[in-house]
Design a binder for this molecule. Structure first.
Ligand code: GDP
Length: 478
């Protein structure tokens, strides 16, 4: 029945597509990767005529106009574009990040290369990358989920972080009668453990259930109030805590995971996956390895195996996937290609498998909103390439606290020309980004304010946003 419903739905999508050509573009990535900024910048660039030399349809003047339209799905929150733009323009501050799925529809009127007027409806769907990690749960029962979760929690890398949860688990007896406060206590400690993993490194945060860290509007609901339990010898007795947890796990799958994949993921045509590779590069080789595993987890969702039940239901129809390393404005132009090469190396293993499914893949290093400019700075008689930006107020580096007004020149250091050097298991090739100010303080982790002068009618500065658009949308304007 499920399969039939999806077939009917995608038929409806297709019918609409024939009458009004429509493209659903997914924007995803882990928390803080840059989804909100990318989506805001993309909407602004299309509707306000951004400077997009590599995006051929825009560069050649074929886009007549692009306007926001009511979105097709009434029950999905609208992407808060106007609020986000207002925060950037009026407060010169970064808007709040993605915590749930949201949509926005843009209607683009354009001239075909031969001059015929056409329209394309572009649906943007912004959603947390964490949610993709739930897809494998659909093929698991509670016992399998528990086994996998607890094996990981007891492994040396995580055992310390999982300590409080594992202790509470030992003290709890899941064969005793169901008890809401016990369920809440265990779910709370398990969530705290997942959050601690995320704080530690990138990929360790990528343990399902994805909603435990990104609950969206489901925070505190029973479907999110469960936790893994050691499987009993036989079955949990009826009415027990174990049965309650089992039931909630099934509710999580049917009420949370399945609808997300059916209503959102399975309907996407194209996808951009944003990656904060610079944060991982700055954090060291372990974080980079974690990021690679994290990407693998995300990509698993795009190449669901042919034999699994899940794939039969949710075989994505995604034709193109773009991996984008965000915040490239923290680097000098000379390193942008190198950042792309590093990202390409990171997605390499996944690339092989995803292309089996027919999706075209590409990588780009971009800054959806460019917060810095480049400068040449003379230091010790040498001319050096620097980037100049305004650090956010309150940050401290080298004993100096920034006021949010002054600008600094940062020497961002060079990424290695050979990406493989970074993946040397000994870590010998890893130098991070040697970034220093004129006073030699470590400015690597500074966050810059967005650029001044963002407004409704002025192009917002960016790096390679046009390349991303050309890959993701270019052929649909042919
Ligand atoms: P989300 O969680 O994926 O929605 O992440 P956001 O889009 O909210 O981005 C998180 C933070 O990263 C922002 O608050 C900014 O500080 C920073 N950021 C995102 N995109 C850019 C960019 O293009 N340039 C710079 N300099 N910072 C960015």
């Amino acid at each position: 029945i499920e399969g039939a419903r999806i077939a009917v739905m995608s038929l409806a999508d297709r019918m609409e597509g024939l009458a009004h050509p429509t493209l659903r573009l997914g924007v995803t990535g882990l928390s803080r990767a840059g989804k909100t900024i990318f989506t805001t910048a993309l909407i602004h660039a299309l509707t306000r005529g951004g400077r997009l030399p590599v995006f051929e349809a825009a560069q050649s003047g074929r886009i007549a106009r692009a306007v926001l339209e009511p979105q097709p799905d009434d029950a999905v929150p609208r992407f808060a574009y106007e609020d986000h733009l207002a925060t950037l323009a009026q407060e010169r501050a970064w808007p709040s990040s993605t915590t749930r799925v949201s949509e926005l529809r843009i209607l683009v009127r354009y001239a075909s290369p031969r001059g015929a007027m056409r329209s394309l409806t572009l649906d943007l769907v912004d959603y947390p990358g964490e949610w993709l990690l739930d897809l494998p749960l659909l093929d698991m029962d509670f016992a399998a989920f528990s086994r996998q979760s607890l094996d990981l929690a007891r492994a040396p890398a995580r055992a310390a972080l999982a300590g409080p949860y594992l202790a509470a688990l030992t003290a709890a007896d899941p064969t005793r009668p169901a008890d809401e406060s016990k369920a809440r206590e265990l779910a709370g400690l398990f969530t705290a453990y997942l959050a601690a993993c995320r704080a530690e490194t990138v990929a360790m945060s990528l343990l399902p259930p994805g909603r435990f860290l990104m609950p969206g509007e489901l925070e505190g609901s029973p479907a999110l109030t469960f936790a893994p339990l050691d499987p009993p010898e036989r079955a949990f007795p009826s009415g027990s805590l174990g049965v309650m947890m089992e039931r909630r796990f099934e509710a999580y799958k049917s009420a949370v995971v399945r609808p997300f994949f059916r209503n959102h993921f399975a309907r996407l045509d194209r996808q951009i996956v944003l990656v904060d590779a610079l944060a991982a590069l700055n954090a060291g080789p372990a974080a980079l390895a974690d990021l690679e595993r994290a990407l693998d987890g995300i990509l698993a969702a795009f190449r669901t195996g042919r034999n699994s039940l899940v794939s039969a239901l949710f075989r994505p129809r995604i034709e193109k996937v773009l991996f984008a390393a965000t915040k490239a404005d923290h680097l000098h132009r000379t390193s942008h290609d190198r950042l792309e090469a590093i990202l390409a190396r990171l997605v390499d293993r996944a690339r092989g498998r995803a292309s089996e499914g027919g999706a075209a893949l590409d990588v780009v290093a971009l800054a959806a909103i460019r917060a810095t400019r480049e400068a040449r700075v003379t230091r010790g008689g040498h001319e050096l390439s620097a980037i100049v930006g305004t650090p956010e107020a309150g940050q401290e580096a080298g004993g100096h606290v920034f006021d949010g007004i002054e600008e600094v020149a940062v020497f961002p250091g060079e990424l290695p020309a050979d990406p493989d050097a970074l993946f040397d298991p000994s870590g010998a090739g890893f130098r991070g980004l040697a970034s220093a100010s004129a006073e030699d303080a470590d400015f690597r982790f500074l966050r810059f304010r967005p650029p001044a002068g963002i407004g409704a009618d002025k192009p917002i500065p960016h790096i390679r946003l046009d390349r991303a658009l050309q890959f993701l949308l270019g052929d649909r304007f042919g």
